[in-house]
Design a protein around this ligand. Structure first.
Ligand SMILES: NC(=O)NCCC[C@H](N)C(=O)O
Length: 406
């Protein structure tokens, strides 16, 4: 099956999601921030909200694929399951070889679907039967600071970040923090070995030393990428992508606009502070005013070069997208309290399902009204629980196919 994503707004035809599961039940206050959460969602309601989201997509003729199901369809032979587990446990940085073996034996004893759910949910240290009397195992199990032998992956429902589909290929991202680093392996295996996806070209690999996350990459059109250099994404990673696209001509992209954004949780990724909602309309963080520092990386005869610019977002978008007029819609309408309140719940992050039609959290009603005033059709989804992970509908989805724009 071909991947094809050349814009942020072209009619969405196929999308990848992860339905939140037991991994959210494995969150507890004393290690919450290490796992990049600020609060604990109520799983049952979070799942209902997720299902509502998936249904809005389906009702709009979008095919919804689930990551765990795809991985289950991939790991059909024992040899591949073994290889996956070895690599996954290795990538999980499990130093104690007895724990490694114990986990592998346990996970292999489960049928594939259960094994995948377990890997995502995490394995508690008191969950495994320790038959052998090994000192380090006993100590680690008793250590309250480390309640898991295998940590949960509660951020997996933010499918935007670990593997980014760009054009016809994929970036297998190196996530900034250990908390999210292993997530990428699930889709990596699907893209390498699933019948429908194998042969997909990789533009970035998780083994590269520089971090990059999908939330920082916006596909403005088939020639132009916007990438945030942020708390999560490094300039070196952007340079590697520039080499792939502008020098090696791996896909149709010819220009990268690198936005320097504050290294702050409120500006976590570029898509936290702006998303594209129509040909010339963008939803933005209300504080995004004045001139922004950007580096435009462009093709030359020898490969690529770059130019530093300081201009308003409006001017940057007009120039690079060849538009006469750009409308910036402010999160929270720019009201000092509403904009910060709704920004906290990812008000600037919505998912376009076609030009001028978006999915947004219902709790960001001030922002949604602003969008409607600007002529955008907004499908609101319930968001009391899923918003607690600090990501919006764009973060919680990875487009696999969007219809090309004319
Ligand atoms: N693209 C995004 O902004 N994704 C949201 C990720 C939230 C997650 N709790 C994280 O901190 O990585």
């Amino acid at each position: 099956m071909n991947l094809s994503v050349y814009s942020e707004i072209g009619k969405l035809e196929k999308v990848l999601l992860h339905r939140p599961g037991e991994e959210l039940e494995n969150l507890a206050p004393f290690y919450l921030t290490d796992l990049l959460f600020d609060d604990i969602p109520f799983l049952k309601k979070a799942q209902e909200e997720h299902d509502y989201f998936a249904n809005v997509l389906k009702n709009n003729d979008v095919e919804v694929l689930y990551l765990s199901k795809l991985l289950e369809e991939t790991l059909t032979i024992n040899q591949l399951k073994n290889q996956f587990l070895d690599e996954f446990l290795d990538f999980s940085d499990i130093k104690n070889k007895f724990i490694f073996e114990l986990l592998k034996e346990y996970l292999l004893s489960l049928e594939t679907k259960k094994m995948i759910d377990k890997i995502i949910a995490g394995v508690r240290s008191d969950e495994l039967e320790i038959k052998r009397n090994i000192f380090s195992l006993r100590v680690r199990r008793a250590d309250i600071e480390i309640p898991f032998f295998l940590n949960p992956m509660p951020n997996l429902y933010f499918q935007r970040d670990p593997v980014a589909i760009l054009g016809k290929g994929a970036c297998i991202n190196r996530m900034k923090t250990q908390a999210r680093r292993r997530e990428v392996m699930l889709m990596e295996y699907v893209l390498k070995y699933h019948e429908d996806f194998k042969g997909t070209e990789f533009y970035y690999e998780k083994e590269f030393p520089y971090s990059i996350e999908g939330g920082d990459i916006l596909i403005l059109n088939n020639k132009t990428l916007a990438i945030g250099i942020s708390q999560r994404t490094s300039p070196e990673a952007v340079e590697i992508l520039a080499k792939r696209f502008l020098k090696e001509n791996k896909d149709s992209f010819e220009k990268i606009i690198a936005f320097i954004i504050p290294h702050d949780r409120a500006y976590m990724h570029l898509d936290t502070i702006f998303t594209m909602v129509d040909y010339n309309k963008f939803l933005v963080h209300a504080n995004l005013r004045g001139d922004l520092k950007t580096f435009t990386i462009f093709k030359t005869d020898k490969g690529f070069d770059f130019q530093e610019q300081e201009k308003s977002l409006e001017e940057i978008l007009k120039e690079h997208l060849h538009l006469d007029h750009v409308q910036l819609i402010k999160c929270g309408g720019g009201d000092i309290i509403a904009s910060h309140r709704e920004q906290w719940n990812d008000g600037s992050n919505c998912l376009a399902i076609e030009p001028g039609k978006v999915i947004a959290y219902d709790r960001n009603y001030v922002t949604n009204k602003e969008m409607e005033k600007a002529g955008i059709e907004v499908f609101e989804i319930p968001s009391g629980e899923i918003s607690r992970g600090r990501g919006g509908p764009r973060c919680a989805s990875m487009p696999l196919i969007r219809r090309n724009m004319v």
